[in-house]
Design a protein around this ligand. Structure first.
Ligand code: FCB
Length: 418
């Protein structure tokens, strides 16, 4: 069955940050957010989750991708489960199943427990083991009912924005010294796969943010730069999982992946059931302009832009999925794709989604699902509430949800089938 879905993440929709024993995450006090917006209320989905399930049922999707907030399960990132946290997600899972919707559960969508950050966060190898412990607690309760498990969301973005550039929590500016955070997330992924299998979980994925990399020209310098960027953005996060090795990092002056120890790759390479692909746009890369990095972002030009300023290139998704199929040969699920635009009569969102769905279905690849980012307008990380990605408009003063034109369009597109 092809999965047609919509996606959200706990921190972006739930609010209720101090309720029912939830502990603080690294995002709760993160400063640099546009206009000082906070996720204290967000879409209030912690209280209004039955409204969300009704919206999903009305949309006609057969899958819903959501994430569990680690600190609702383990307020301090370690120790026994907080039953109220597990109860919340169990109610959601049961309501989805009752509506004929497959739960697709992401275990880590960036909201690391602050207590673990105080001990070094993902730069500390121990965090990988804490992640596996947390996974076991969730899986023990829900493995019999969750149809699709996603270990990590976009370790590339969490590493680069959170640990290299500092625009996301935890706000570190370590540049290439952030790479151990990538390795430890991937190690955590592998350990979590073992925990999921031990609990009887069937379908397990990792979700990566992936981009086709276009060289700015056919010069040798631009080709080499594009190859280096492809390694950093895509292959560091896919190769160890599906091939069991890291790509050559010599373009970054490294002879091996920082943090890698003997035996790690066998854990990261545990067999899984496919790759979750989050696609927003391609990247155009040229030769370096400074000695710090072996590439420069040359910018994609000549395409329409979303309200976020991201180029709209549907065929990039076909190119990406076809290339992933050739390199890894695994089932692919588009676990996020969408765009930021204002307004309820969102014709440009409809055009964006229509073009990208056609592109996904045209790929020479084993594509098994497509999830729109997002069901709801929500808290868009460092942008606060300024970017609206939802099929459903949310009034952040009142919590009122209003389906947009794209919601009605997606329902009809699903009915036409894959
Ligand atoms: C992705 C994130 C998701 C959302 C979209 C717009 O990188 O996974 O939470 O913010 O971008």
């Amino acid at each position: 069955m092809f999965l047609w879905g919509a996606a959200t993440a706990a921190y972006q929709i739930e609010g209720a940050l101090s309720e029912d024993g939830r502990g603080p995450s690294i995002w709760d006090d993160f400063g640099p957010i546009r206009d000082g917006h906070t996720a204290a209320v967000a879409c209030d989905s912690y209280h209004r989750w039955t409204d969300d399930v009704a919206l999903l049922a009305g949309l006609g999707v057969n899958a819903y991708r959501f994430s569990v907030a680690w600190t609702r399960i383990q307020p301090d990132g370690a120790g026994p489960a907080n039953p109220k946290g597990l109860d919340h997600y169990e109610r959601l899972v049961d309501a989805l199943l009752a509506a004929g919707i497959t739960p697709a559960l992401t275990l880590f969508h960036w909201d690391l427990p602050q207590a673990l950050q105080n001990d070094g966060g993902w730069l500390n190898r121990e965090t990988a083991h804490r992640f596996a412990d947390y996974t076991a607690l969730v899986a023990d309760r829900l493995a019999d009912r969750v149809g699709l498990w996603i270990t990590l969301n976009e370790p590339f973005v969490h590493t680069v924005f959170g640990h290299a550039l500092g625009t996301h929590a935890p706000g570190q500016t370590l540049f290439l010294d952030a790479l151990p955070a990538a390795h430890h997330q991937l190690l955590g992924h592998g350990l979590a796969v073992d925990a999921l299998r031990a609990a009887g979980a069937s379908s397990v994925l990792i979700t990566n943010n992936l981009t086709p990399v276009w060289p700015a020209s056919s010069s040798a310098e631009d080709l080499a730069a594009a190859d280096a960027y492809d390694i950093l953005h895509n292959r560091i996060f896919n190769d160890p999982v599906f091939i069991g090795s890291y790509p050559d990092l010599s373009a970054f002056g490294l002879d091996r992946m920082p943090g890698l120890r003997d035996g790690d790759l066998a854990i990261i390479n545990r067999p899984i059931d496919g790759l979750g692909v989050n696609y927003y746009n391609p990247t155009r890369i040229g030769a370096p302009e400074s000695p710090e990095l072996p590439f420069t972002d040359a910018g994609v030009e000549g395409y329409p832009m979303t309200a976020f300023g991201w180029p709209v290139v549907p065929d990039g998704l076909r190119e990406l999925l076809t290339g992933l199929h050739e390199r890894y040969g695994v089932p692919l699920y588009v676990t996020e794709n969408g765009c930021s635009y204002e307004g309820l009569d969102d014709e440009r969102r409809i055009a964006y989604l229509d073009g990208h769905i056609d592109a996904a279905l045209a790929a020479k690849a084993d594509v098994r699902g497509y999830f729109v980012w997002s069901l709801l307008d929500n808290f868009e990380w460092a942008e606060g509430y300024h970017q609206r990605f939802g099929l459903v408009h949310v009034d952040f003063e009142t919590g009122v949800r209003t389906p947009k034109a794209s919601y009605r369009w997606f329902r009809e597109r699903i009915a036409r089938g894959a």
